[in-house]
Design a protein around this ligand. Structure first.
Ligand SMILES: [Zn+2]
Length: 268
């Protein structure tokens, strides 16, 4: 049973991607609405009421009616788009207490619960592992979210978070790379095949690459945590993990003249 939806089994309607969607969207099985419950014991540190359905809002108004809880271990959870709110700021709640009813206030397309998990520094992390499990201990966990451009399909592929997967379609060379960190910043660049290193890009302000042109090298570094990255060659193998960004042979991922079709990144 769901830990946040009363008498329900969770149905995920939109996943966390770390960039444009830093929470997870849930409905009750078979697209039904449900009452929303406190994930864990805690205190209501923020809430909004009286919000209407409005898809043109920005900032916290996109949440519509919402409740934000601070838990005993310092982590936060947030519940958005509620139809109504049963609690007020300063209230203590117990796990399973009803916070309100699922709705579509704020920027929502259909009634659902938008659920977030945040660290003690208010950094939003991937809530998926914790929807129905205890929150992690108050860790300053950093996440790296990245995607590549598939030159064959001529489109950006879905975002990947950490090394849970790789970004790329094996067999299709990539022409662009975009990376973001949940905390701190990342600098990266790509080497255009048989040509040169393209300009360094920071975070998601832009992407690295010339879309349509094949990449044969990648470099990245961050000012938070330690990034490790590797490249997969179109002709069939993963190269070694790289943890530097310099001019040496071990300071980039790739082999000049060989097309890259996937990238994998982890952060420690
Ligand atoms: Zn959402």
């Amino acid at each position: 049973m769901s830990r946040v939806l009363y008498n329900a089994v969770n149905q995920i309607t939109q996943k966390y991607n770390g960039i444009s969607h830093k929470g997870i969207d849930l409905v009750k099985e078979k697209n039904k609405v449900a009452e929303v419950m406190a994930h864990s014991d805690g205190e209501v540190v923020a809430c909004a009421t009286g919000q209407i359905h409005n898809t043109n809002t920005t900032g916290t108004q996109t949440y519509g009616n919402y409740v934000k809880l601070k838990h005993n271990n310092g982590m936060y959870t947030l519940y958005a788009h509620l139809k109504n709110v049963n609690v007020k700021k300063g209230d203590r709640v117990k796990q399973g207490d009803i916070l309100g009813e699922m709705g579509e206030t704020g920027k929502a397309y259909g009634a659902h619960l938008h659920f977030e998990v945040r660290t003690n520094k208010d950094i939003r992390i991937n809530p998926t592992p914790y929807i129905d499990a205890d929150l992690p201990n108050n860790t300053e966990k950093i996440e790296v979210t990245y995607q590549t451009y598939d030159n064959v399909k001529k489109k950006w592929l879905p975002n990947v978070i950490n090394d849970s997967d790789y970004a790329g379609n094996l067999g299709n060379d990539i022409g662009g790379l975009a990376i973001n960190l949940s905390k701190g910043s990342v600098e990266y660049r790509v080497h255009e095949m048989n040509n040169k290193w393209l300009p360094i890009v920071k975070d998601r302000e832009d992407y690295a690459g010339n879309l349509g042109k094949t990449i044969d090298g990648v470099q990245m570094q961050s000012n938070e945590g330690k990034l490790e990255y590797r490249a997969h060659l179109k002709d069939g193998k993963w190269l070694s993990w790289v943890d530097k960004f310099d001019d040496t042979n071990s300071g980039y991922a790739g082999i000049y003249g060989k097309a890259i079709d996937a990238i994998q990144i982890k952060i420690k």
